[in-house]
Design a protein around this ligand. Structure first.
Ligand SMILES: Nc1ncnc2c1ncn2[C@@H]1O[C@H](COP(=O)(O)OP(=O)(O)OP(=O)(O)O)[C@@H](O)[C@H]1O
Length: 255
């Protein structure tokens, strides 16, 4: 039983190390990573290109395995029996071009035993939640970048995952649409209450969204700093308090 006031740990990593053998030889992508994601928390992973952010997310998702260390999601090993707890939103939206928005979202439910009528109902509901009611029959090429991003989000949310992993999900959007999606994501988090672990290059995005920011340094990828972002929401990263955190974070990353 948890002590009063203790936060439930959703994801836990301890001593995670991962190396690759590439053309450039032996490369330690991650070294001795330890971190916890708590229930309801938004945690950002930032750091220069190649510091192991995507590798870390893939290890949490069970897509890749660590060479050493332990990873648990709700106490289970990801990829074996813990993966159903995770939604994964990739950098590129990975929508199927031959499927409508509705069928892209129902796709997430097709592997399970959910009846088709129920799949359709849940997918319509998820699309409405991300502001795409009326676009169910549209194909990806008929949608803007922001709308495609919303479909990708709906495709994860339809599974009602307690944890969302996001790898630079808004990286390809223009600044205004990205900022809209930040508001949207926080609104959806308010509704679903999921915990979020996301990767970003964008320091403003990390400060706008995260409760804590983990700064990684490259070669070997390791945690250099953990920064609490204790600002009220909605956050204005251009205002004096927000800008101060952004500039502190930039100096920690060395950018
Ligand atoms: N399958 C692989 N084989 C060999 N090397 C790899 C492989 N995957 C990743 N790496 C290397 O591991 C390091 C970390 O890669 P990773 O993609 O996790 O970094 P990242 O921080 O997400 O980078 P970016 O911000 O550019 O997306 C990089 O040096 C990369 O070249």
């Amino acid at each position: 039983m948890m002590a009063a006031g203790a936060r439930e740990t959703v994801i836990s990593l301890s001593g995670v190390t991962k190396a690759f053998e590439g053309n450039a030889g032996h490369l330690v992508a991650l070294k001795d990573i330890g971190l916890d994601l708590y229930a309801g928390e938004v945690l950002a992973l930032v750091g220069p290109s190649g510091c192991g952010k995507s590798t870390l997310l893939n290890i949490v998702a069970g897509i890749q395995s660590a060479d050493h260390g332990t990873v648990t999601v709700f106490g289970k090993t990801p990829g074996k029996d813990g993966s159903t707890a995770l939604g994964y939103v990739f950098q590129e939206d990975r929508l199927l071009p031959w499927r409508t928005a509705l069928r892209n979202v129902t796709f997430s439910l097709e592997a399970g035993s959910v009846l088709r009528s129920e799949r359709d109902r849940r997918a319509r509901e998820a699309l409405a939640l991300v502001g795409l009611a009326g676009f169910e029959a549209s194909y990806p090429h008929q949608l803007s970048g922001g709308m495609r991003s919303r479909v990708a989000l709906a495709r994860s949310l339809v599974l009602d995952p307690p944890v969302l992993l996001m790898d630079e999900p808004f990286g390809r959007l223009d600044a205004m649409t990205r900022s809209q999606m930040h508001g949207e994501l926080l609104r959806l988090k308010g509704l679903f209450g999921m915990s979020i672990l996301f990767v970003t290059h964008d320091v403003d995005e990390a400060v706008a969204l995260a409760d804590r920011v983990i700064v990684l340094q490259p070669r070997p990828g390791r945690i250099s700093t953990v920064l609490d972002v204790d600002l009220p929401r909605p956050r204005d990263t251009a205002g004096p308090e927000g800008a101060a955190v952004v500039s502190r974070l930039k100096s920690l990353i060395g950018s």
